[in-house]
Write a protein that binds this ligand. Sequence first.
Ligand SMILES: [Zn+2]
Length: 250
Amino acid sequence: MAEVVGPKSMPNFTSEWDGKPMPLWREEAKSPVMHGLLGVDLEKPAGEYEWKVSWAGTDGAAQSCEMKITVRTGKFPTERLKVEKQFVQPDPEQEKRAAEDQKKMKAIYDTVTPERYWDGKFRLPLKDVTTGGNFGRRRILNGESRSPHAGVDFPAMTGTAVFASQAGKVVIAENLYYSGNTVVIDHGYGIYTLYAHLSEIGVKPDEMVKAGEEIGKVGATGRVTGPHLHWGLTINHARVNAMQIAQRQP
Ligand SMILES: [Zn+2]
């Protein structure tokens, strides 16, 4: 969580994290405090990166302020799983579908909605759960190395209700090759939550949902070893551990 305290009006204010725009918001229009979430992708190499804010001073001259932030290497276990062959060696047709899904997701994450749809804390997406696992695990599927696990898994029975973590706008509500029946919610300011492998989808694209509203049911669609909910959190393209947003007020 990043915070900037300054005059109520900072003309031409911009914020950049590692050279890319990082949006900040004010809790109230007149508040002198701005907040932002500084997302560190799970595959970001260790090193020092810069967070920089710039604005125009009272005399109109450009002002800026930088801060170095150290990213350390995360320690994640490796696991070996067995899944259906088509999810490790897709045929050309399936490969094409997966590539199209990826393109669609990228276009969504490239969009930063300059509006705060959420209000209050983000909640876990299932009732009566307090822990979720597997974030960051390095994965070997059917003996082949694959990208690390970018979400949090909650084992649950097929048909268990899945709830929106916070208010937002549904931007994906369809079947995708690897993540099966998938819902993605745009919460604004580059913050997105994803709910994958659903047996049923209960919302439609462009629909506004409230925090805690039911959006679908747990299932085992797509690349899975059994029924569970895969919950993802993306902050300005960075795939981060969703459990962390449920532990504090963004
Ligand atoms: Zn998962």
